[in-house]
Write a protein that binds this ligand. Structure first.
Ligand SMILES: Cc1cc2nc3c(=O)[nH]c(=O)nc-3n(C[C@H](O)[C@H](O)[C@H](O)COP(=O)(O)O)c2cc1C
Length: 194
């Protein structure tokens, strides 16, 4: 059997980070986003804590989110030419994006497992979502910009204690040709057989 011809291999290999400049016009409905998120819950988590949480920003809430990010950037880094250009780029990216989903780790109340295991489980959930996106004609990528887990963003997301904001998942409509898979090293490179 040629493993590279199996459905699971091709599906995993076919996942690509698709960026806002590549998104096509058009909204993505709440039903589509829900369908995208539906697969998150099948990720593994130690003691089945299911620590993944998502906050979905679309339309007005997406605009408000970008306003906040721009405000934070200019307040924290200064209102100079370079940062104004960055702010403009953020707005342009957002204008091409149908939804931005905050990726959140909600800490187990009983703290039964280490924090990093909770974060790993959330990353597994994100990978599930990302792989599923192609089937729904959606393009996505995981972004960890400067505002990730900042105090202001944590407050806005109502995070407390050891909860963590793990970045932003951009979603847009995408039916186009994906670029070729990005370079990956071979199994021999990252595996030691003992
Ligand atoms: C945790 C994480 C954070 C990432 N943050 C960013 C980011 O801030 N900006 C960006 O352009 N891409 C980001 N990416 C996407 C990677 O650049 C991308 O996965 C990588 O180049 C491989 O491309 P592929 O996803 O198409 O295989 C991130 C990916 C992961 C898993």
């Amino acid at each position: 059997m040629n493993v590279k011809l199996t459905v699971s291999y091709m599906t995993i290999q076919g996942r690509r980070s698709i960026y806002p400049k590549m998104y096509e016009q058009g909204v993505v409905s709440k039903e589509e986003i829900s369908a995208l998120l539906e697969v998150a819950k099948w990720a593994p988590s130690h003691k089945n804590t299911q620590p993944w949480r998502f906050a979905v920003f679309t339309e007005n809430s997406l605009k408000a989110l970008v306003d906040l990010q721009v405000e934070l950037l200019l307040k924290q880094k200064g209102e100079n030419e370079e940062n104004l250009a960055k702010a403009e780029k953020m707005r342009e990216k957002a204008s091409k994006t149908a939804a931005i989903i905050a990726i959140i780790m909600k800490r187990d109340v009983q703290k039964r497992v280490p924090i990093f295991e909770e974060e790993w489980a959330v990353a597994c959930a994100v990978q599930n979502i990302h792989i599923h996106a192609s089937a729904l004609n959606l393009g996505c990528y995981w972004s960890t910009g400067a505002s990730t887990n900042s105090n202001e963003i944590r407050n806005m997301l109502n995070l407390t204690g050891e909860d963590r904001h793990m970045g932003w998942f951009f979603v847009g409509r995408f039916t186009g040709e994906k670029s070729l898979p990005t370079n990956r090293t071979d199994v021999e490179h990252f595996t030691e057989w003992r």
